[in-house]
Design a protein around this ligand. Structure first.
Ligand code: HXC
Length: 261
């Protein structure tokens, strides 16, 4: 597949980066870009060496400024629903990747851009980042998962305020309300993303994969079933070579060499 609106790179061994690359339209998501994102996610999902995915936007102004508004103009109900379903499918594929995905938000993350960032496991923002769900200004609702993922991130009250007013939130407030994990100067965003990606990439791949799954799946279960699942996965990981190596390495006071099995 050739990519026109997306740059795919392997930054270093096991660490991949996708850059949404339509800076003239502030990286707005049109159907073509969504299709490319879906194909790229499938490529990374099929790579057994992949450990972490970083997702960012091209330029200094925007991560993704939303769905491409020029394409919304002539959209009727059938096309509108299809557009949302396509995006939801791609975003869900990002969420379900067996490796962690970190959004590096380098500017505006509005509408579908905020929703894309929230489909990632966590968000690191640069100081100029701006988040928001401005769909109410356009007479529509957040349709790429925002009405569901935003309350799960920041609680129903704050999510409703943002969804109902369209108010934009700067990086420091996003940090305070728990939408982002870190805020760093723009020129340190990639370095911070890489620093965390390297820490994760050095851990046991199966432990990382199942920990991500446990946190995600547990949010849709009651506490008892979620904890039962946790203990089952723990038992499963006790059968891995990486668990033997990790414990042995600790006792022998040396770094572990994990192999993902
Ligand atoms: C298409 C966009 C765009 C978008 C910006 N552009 N956002 N094009 N879709 N979402 C284009 C502009 O038209 C302009 O193109 C160029 O990018 C630069 O943008 P400006 O507006 O000139 O920049 P600035 O004045 O700095 O303002 C930045 C901004 C503003 C605050 C981010 O662009 C803005 O409000 N954008 C829309 C944000 C938004 O409403 N997003 C939600 C979309 S709906 P030209 O050609 O004039 O230079 C959504 C719903 C998803 O995401 C679910 C339902 C389908």
């Amino acid at each position: 597949m050739t990519y026109e609106n997306l740059i795919l790179e392997q930054v270093e061994h096991g660490i991949h980066r996708f850059t949404v690359n339509r800076p003239r339209a502030l990286n707005a998501l049109n159907p073509e870009t969504l299709a490319e994102l879906g194909a790229a996610v499938a490529e990374v999902a099929a790579d057994p060496q992949a450990r972490v995915l970083l997702l960012t936007g091209a330029g200094d102004k925007a991560f993704v400024a939303g769905a491409d508004i020029s394409r919304l103009a002539d959209m009727g109900p059938v096309e509108g629903q299809r557009f949302c379903e396509t995006a939801l499918k791609v975003f869900r594929a990002i969420e379900l990747l067996p490796i962690p995905v970190i959004a590096l938000v380098n500017g505006y993350a509005l509408g579908g851009g905020c929703e894309l960032a929230m489909a990632c496991d966590f968000i690191i923002a640069s100081e100029n980042a701006v988040f928001g769900q401005p769909e109410v200004n356009l007479g529509i609702n957040a349709g790429f998962g925002g009405t569901q993922r935003l309350p799960r991130r920041v609680g129903a009250g704050m999510a409703l305020e943002l969804l109902l007013t369209g108010r934009q939130v700067k990086a420091e407030e996003a940090l305070r309300i728990g939408l982002v994990n870190h805020v760093v100067p723009r020129d340190q965003l990639m370095a911070k993303g890489l620093e965390i990606a390297r820490l994760i990439a050095a851990k046991a791949p199966l432990a990382v994969r199942y920990t991500k799954q446990l946190v995600q799946r547990g949010q849709d279960l009651d506490l008892e079933n979620a904890c039962a699942l946790e203990s089952q996965v723990f038992g499963l990981l006790c059968a891995t070579e990486d668990k033997r190596e990790g414990v042995r390495a600790f006792l022998e006071k040396r770094p572990a060499r994990f192999q993902g099995r």
